[in-house]
Write a protein that binds this ligand. Structure first.
Ligand code: KG4
Ligand code: ZN
Length: 362
């Protein structure tokens, strides 16, 4: 009789399934273990080290620097996790395969391949974007309301997408940015205003003291029938406004806060209106809010309030603040979804997929 495959062996195993995941697609190195036992989902390890202080010096992520920093961090986090739970404390290995910076992705992928070879445990390649979707599923209240079709607003430094989720593993992009991502718009506007990287949190902090009506920041494509976004015009507006203000003399902290508040409001408004439009068009049962920009308080509050007002039957499911920025718990959760489907990889042929994305709806 042929030897049972890793997947067959796992199906026979008693629960829970413990997924160890590695994430290294950009500027966070992360290792997590998530145990799933029926409806119980427990994040038993969640280790993250951020390279933000390193990249701050350059005003953005430098791929080569990111990759080099991932090497010692990945080893150290894996060592910590495995020391804490023992060599048999996990059943499956998941790793971010893409999208992301090629050299950065390679670090996590090579570590995962080596681990799969050494331990004989099954290996799963995870789409980082599916990981962001799964970050919302880590919240028990969201899980209880999880009914397809769902819509996700994925907003990060590299992505601004409206994703229609028809089932686990069945995703379609129904709207996306035609130029800058929402996070990029925050970061670029912040840079123009002399704020450090990453600019999103800086803008939202400053905006608390600002008047959001002070500047008429454009709302690009707000009335366009498509579900696409465009944020590059916003950056141009901020550049000219900032130059004009500077030409008139020293820009006061209040004026800077006003510009921050006005910029934030414009971005949030466009994101909210398009998400509502998409939810109506696709008759979804719930809306996920995921990705780095979903840490933005105004966006979290406004989107929730808008759905409560306009579509109270649609569940609003933002991911927890703890799982918003890149982490490996979300990769483990998406890895679990893939494992359930039997999508296992062969470590001998496993490689990065830097351009991985969801298909665009036709
Ligand atoms: O998902 P993420 O951690 O990394 C990727 O890009 O994959 O997202 C980072 C982005 C950055 O552009 C950062 O400025 C933005 O998320 N961000 C925010 C806030 N916190 C992080 N943008 C607006 N408001 C925030 N509070
Ligand atoms: Zn991300």
């Amino acid at each position: 009789m042929a030897e049972a495959s890793g997947y067959e062996k796992l199906c026979r195993m008693s629960s829970p399934v413990r997924v160890l995941a590695i994430e290294s697609s950009c500027d966070e190195t992360a290792v997590s273990v998530v145990a799933v036992d029926g409806a119980q989902v427990q994040v038993t390890q969640n280790l993250v080290t951020s390279q933000v202080p390193i990249h701050q010096r350059y005003g953005g992520v430098v791929p080569e620097v990111a990759a080099r920093s991932h090497v010692p961090e990945t080893v150290s986090l894996l060592q910590q996790a495995i020391n804490a739970m023992g060599k048999d404390g996990f059943d499956v290995i998941a790793v971010t395969q893409g999208p992301g910076l090629p050299t950065a992705l390679s670090v996590g992928v090579e570590a995962a391949r080596t681990l799969a070879w050494m331990t004989g445990k099954p290996l799963i390649g995870v789409n980082h974007l599916e990981g962001h979707l799964a970050s919302a599923w880590l919240n028990p209240e969201n899980r209880a309301q999880w009914e397809f079709p769902l819509l996700a607003l994925v907003v990060s430094g590299g992505h601004t997408e409206l994703v229609l989720i028809k089932d686990f593993g069945d995703y379609e992009i129904v709207g996306e940015t035609r130029d800058d991502a929402a996070g990029e718009a925050f970061d670029k506007a912040a840079k123009l205003m002399g704020l450090p990287y990453p600019g999103g949190p800086q803008i939202s902090r400053l905006a608390q003291q600002g008047n959001a009506e002070a500047f008429a920041v454009p709302r690009p494509m707000l009335d366009d029938p498509s579900l696409d976004f465009s944020f590059s015009g916003l950056k141009t507006f901020v550049r000219y406004t900032w130059e004009e203000l500077k030409a008139q003399g020293e820009v006061s902290e209040q004026t800077r806060a006003d510009l921050a508040a006005s910029t934030q409001k414009a971005i949030v408004e466009v994101l909210c209106v398009k998400t509502l439009k998409a939810a109506l068009r696709y008759q979804v049962k719930g809306v996920l809010l995921v990705g780095g920009v979903s840490a933005n308080r105004l966006l979290r509050e406004e989107l929730g309030a808008l759905f409560e007002r306009s579509l109270p039957g649609v569940a609003y499911m933002p991911s927890d603040l703890a799982f918003i920025t890149d982490n490996a718990a979300m990769i483990a959760a998406a890895g679990y979804w893939q494992w359930k489907k039997g999508n296992l990889a062969d470590w001998r042929e496993f490689d990065i997929q830097p351009d991985l994305n969801f298909p665009r709806a036709v």
